[in-house]
Design a protein around this ligand. Structure first.
Ligand code: BES
Ligand code: ZN
Ligand code: ZN
Length: 455
């Protein structure tokens, strides 16, 4: 059941919004009973505050929520769990992002938990607004669920099944190349990274939309678990690596949203899916792999596996010269050192697109920050035995060198790369701890500006 109730349901408690700067005037206009109630409850209309208000007989009649008038996720982000279970109706003046925040805040990952607690549900009377808000929340929830699922329940075959299911529901075609068939097609790098795992590597390829529309291709890093390979991660680093398919989850969530909102694009979604595991046939430091593009890569560190699986997908993507190519990846720890866990690092070949994406992120409370594709750092990717090395020996600028590695496979196609955490390390209103679809809303809102709305 969705937290957004059917508007035909009756008996909803109204929720009104009181911006903090309008609080004194609003309070003075209330009855003496209500003013006394506000006083005793300490309600000052601060962000995150709410209060039940009585009718003339003293019975609880409606809810007022505070805020600072900002269009952010936090405004209603805690309300679904703070209010008693039941039905509520949002006043017409709530901002779209605030309503999305209600839905995103109501999310809980319950697959492995026995729980009866249910969030409060919200009626949004405007049907078009309700449909948009629900689609956004459902896309983000899909990404969160996939990220939160343990690797044992989401190996490459299961990730492929998820894409097949989403595609079938929305009228897309999905093609999956699995195991040794990857070698036949030339996706040797995806195969090399994933071949040591029991669940074989695959390349998932979804297509949707009018072939005459501008081509938009999304790519997501689908490392279902990253042990580091033979250059094994320490326990502390490995602990969170079920989320290393976060890029794939975000790309799939975004694809679902593009399809449900029927954006006028020809959509393609490419997910190289692997488990970076170890066994007797694991790829090794010192191995050289001939990528799908023909470029040879010397493996310095098997833990720099994301760029390896992505390079084959990107090289495949540019064969049909898309209008725009976007990838999402939990690619480097260095990106987290640069911008922290709560902002996605963005790299872009077009200044104009980067600026518009930054603005869209700020407007949608889904922050992204650009880092440079600083060409001189390409020197760090030089190998003495192959065209390029997968991991530079220098400890500096790791997010940039990873992005420059990917850039070698994007030709002259306009390209945007997100190096993202895909995870909330702490709970904030609208952002519960756990998997997070970072960048999804920033990119979707930008795509609507670029391509227009429903076809
Ligand atoms: N999946 C990790 C990057 C990562 C780590 C993302 C922690 C988010 C949080 C990636 O595959 C990796 O291990 N990268 C290495 C690259 C290095 C070996 C060049 C890293 O960042 O240390
Ligand atoms: Zn790794
Ligand atoms: Zn990884």
């Amino acid at each position: 059941m969705t937290v957004f109730a059917d508007p035909t349901e009756t008996g909803a408690t109204p929720i009104e919004q009181v911006p903090a700067d309008q609080f004194p005037a609003w309070r003075d206009a209330q009855s003496a009973l209500v003013q006394a109630w506000l006083e005793k409850n300490g309600f000052k209309a601060r962000a995150g505050q709410f209060v039940w208000l009585p009718d003339a007989s003293g019975a609880p009649q409606h809810v007022a929520v505070g805020g600072n008038g900002r269009n952010d996720l936090a405004a209603l982000g805690e309300l679904a769990w703070k209010l008693p279970e039941g039905l509520y109706a949002a006043a017409a003046d709530f901002a779209e992002t605030a309503l999305i925040g209600f839905g995103l805040g109501a999310y809980r990952f319950t697959r492995y938990k026995n729980t009866d607690r249910k969030p409060a549900r919200l009626v949004i009377r405007d049907a078009a607004l309700r449909q948009r808000v629900e689609s956004v929340v459902s896309a983000c929830s899909l990404a969160r669920d996939l990220i939160n699922t343990g690797a044992d329940d989401l190996l490459p075959s299961a990730l492929a099944a998820e894409v097949l299911q989403t595609g079938a529901r929305l009228g897309a075609t999905v093609d999956v190349v699995t195991g040794d068939a990857l070698l036949t097609k030339g996706y040797r790098t995806i195969h090399a990274v994933g071949r040591a795992a029991d669940d074989p590597p695959c390349l998932i390829d979804l297509r949707w939309g009018n072939p005459a529309s501008p081509r938009l291709t999304l790519v997501g890093k689908g490392v279902c678990f990253d042990s580091g390979g033979l250059d094994l991660k320490p326990a502390s680093g490995m602990r969170s690596m079920k989320k290393d398919m976060g890029g794939a989850a975000i790309a799939l969530g975004l694809a679902q949203l593009i399809m449900t909102q029927r954006l006028p694009v020809r959509l393609r979604l490419l997910i190289p899916a692997v488990e970076n595991a170890i066994s007797g046939n694991a790829y090794r430091p010192g191995d050289v792999i001939r990528t799908y593009a023909g470029t040879t890569v010397e493996i310095d560190n098997t833990d720099a596996e994301g760029r390896l699986i992505l390079c084959d997908a990107l090289a495949l993507a540019i064969e049909e010269t898309p209008d725009l190519l976007i990838d999402f990846a939990t690619l480097t720890g260095a990106a987290r050192s640069a911008v922290g866990a709560e902002i996605s690092a963005m790299f872009a070949t077009s200044d104009k697109t980067a600026e518009a994406l930054y603005a869209s992120g700020a407007k949608s409370d889904d922050p992204v920050w650009r880092l440079p594709l600083h060409a001189p750092y390409e020197d760090m990717l030089r190998s003495s035995v192959a065209d390029v090395v997968n991991s530079p020996s220098s400890p500096y600028g790791g997010a940039i060198t990873a992005a420059l590695f990917l850039k070698k496979f994007t030709g002259s196609t306009e390209w945007v790369h997100f190096d993202t955490m895909a995870y909330n390390t702490r709970s904030r209103p609208g952002r519960p701890e756990g998997g997070e679809a970072m960048g999804l809303r920033a990119v979707f809102n930008y795509l609507q500006e670029r391509y227009g709305t429903a076809a």
